[in-house]
Design a protein around this ligand. Structure first.
Ligand SMILES: [Zn+2]
Length: 454
């Protein structure tokens, strides 16, 4: 059985990963989605934008020597923290099981509380607190590095408050979800992974709908027009052009500058909670044209239905994730259950074995999920650049400039590791995005855009 699951995992991994990888490669070297005719070199801007000549691409994303040194240094640390963080997360859950700590916690809650659900609440709350505390040193070091390079400007006090809020939310929602899923394993020992999958669908939708409110717990946001009325008027011309139908009162400014020097904007929520949020660092520090491009990108996610599409894809992937995790978890339990002192898979400690399996499988599904995400991000880049056509003087220059600002303020390495980009990259590299923007001009030679005729 385990062999069949592994083969199936391999197939899905390559089925999902490979085609997008190939597409990815096309995007990186030649702007594949530039369906418009090849651009004559004349249409590209002078430095830092240069033309593609003979397949050799000159970088459109450039940093000063000092910034480049910093970007390479911080990217090295970020990459190490990402890989170590992933492996450490798996190791912590394995140690909790193999050291019999899981069984001991279970025995402790059973001895103290009579009601099974109260035992479950305490078991999972303790589990979440332990795994969160185990991650704290990596988080601390990561924040220390982000502060050292001037990306984070948050006080340590503020940082710890945010960690506390995240832990509180994690315990509140995590305990309820884990308790319910553990109950499903108990009442449906053969089909629990199907019910878990089905219940995940409304949970995912709920997550999208309430995400703006969760964001507000960490960062205060105020109506954008209170601070940037002129920008709101320009954004309304963009909203009219893209048909995103986000009214003024759904445009917000997130007061992120108290915490970060990075720039960002995003569209979040669904239905009545749908809103556009621009970081104050973006609105205050980037030229309006570039903010318009970034919001155009975000609008692309909405107009092109990336959120429902990614949601639908998640639903499919989660079905696979739960099926494989159930099989892997049952296999790990058969091999190690007795050694770890675990009597059954539906016990609290037994359920923790399923969580270990879920984390392992999710780690291997990450590159496939990110490949899809990069595909959507690239589409949103194309959409954003087309959306500002007629609204700004030079969409190419504006897009390239905004990627250079984005990269410089987040200290993005112009030559990221292809492996890190493939496995952990939810966006194409800033270099690829800037290179594409520098050469994408669908209106040259009377052409039309992929998403806009004019
Ligand atoms: Zn995006």
């Amino acid at each position: 059985m385990m062999k069949r699951v592994l083969i199936a995992t391999g197939c899905l991994f390559f089925a999902l990963g490979a085609p997008v990888l190939k597409a990815q490669a096309k995007d990186a070297s030649a702007p594949a989605s530039a369906t418009a005719p090849a651009q004559p070199a004349a249409t590209t801007q002078s430095t830092p934008v240069t033309a593609v000549t003979n397949g050799e691409s000159k970088q459109s994303y450039q940093l000063s020597p000092e910034k480049l040194r910093h970007a390479i240094a911080i990217t090295r640390v970020r990459n190490i923290l990402t890989i170590v963080g992933t492996l450490w997360g798996l190791l912590v859950v394995w140690v909790i099981l193999a050291s019999r700590l899981a069984v001991r916690i279970e025995k402790w809650v059973v001895a103290r509380f009579h009601a099974r659900w109260i035992q479950g609440i305490f078991y999972f709350a303790i589990f979440i607190v332990i795994t969160t505390l185990a991650d704290l040193p990596l988080g601390l070091y990561g924040e220390h590095v982000e502060r050292h390079f001037g990306i984070s400007v948050q006080s340590w006090g503020g940082w710890f408050v945010d960690q506390g809020k995240a832990l509180g939310l994690g315990v509140l929602f995590g305990v309820l979800i884990l308790l319910f899923f553990n109950w499903l394993v108990k009442v449906s020992p053969r089909r629990y992974w199907v019910w878990s999958w089905l219940i995940t669908i409304p949970i995912l939708a709920f997550g999208i709908i309430v995400s703006p409110y969760i964001a507000n717990i960490f960062v205060k946001s105020e109506p954008l027009e209170m601070h940037h009325a002129a920008l709101v008027s320009r954004l309304e011309t963009l909203v009219a052009r893209t048909g995103t139908n986000i009214p003024r009162d759904k445009m917000f400014l997130a007061l992120q500058s108290e915490k970060s020097n990075g720039v960002n904007a995003y569209v979040a929520g669904m239905g009545r909670t749908k809103r556009m949020v621009i970081w104050d660092t973006t609105a205050d520090r980037l030229p309006e044209d570039e903010t318009l491009f970034i919001v155009g990108h975000e609008s692309g996610h909405y107009v092109l239905n990336h959120i429902p599409k990614e949601f639908a894809l998640d639903v499919v992937i989660f079905c696979f994730l739960f099926w494989v995790s159930a099989k892997l978890g049952e296999w790990i339990f058969k091999k190690n259950g007795a050694k770890w002192g675990i009597e059954s898979l539906d016990s609290r400690a037994g359920f923790t074995v399923l969580l270990l399996a879920l984390t392992i499988v999710a780690t291997f599904l990450t590159p496939a999920m990110n490949a899809v995400s990069r595909h959507f991000e690239h589409q949103a880049d194309v959409y954003g650049q087309e959306a500002i056509h007629t609204l700004v003087a030079d969409p190419q220059k504006t897009a390239v400039a905004s990627f250079n600002h984005l990269g410089e303020l987040w200290l993005e390495d112009p030559n990221p590791s292809p492996f890190m980009e493939f496995w952990f990259g939810s966006h194409p590299s800033t270099s690829d995005r800037a290179n594409f923007a520098a050469h994408y001009d669908p209106w040259a030679n009377g052409g039309k855009g992929e998403f806009f005729d004019k």
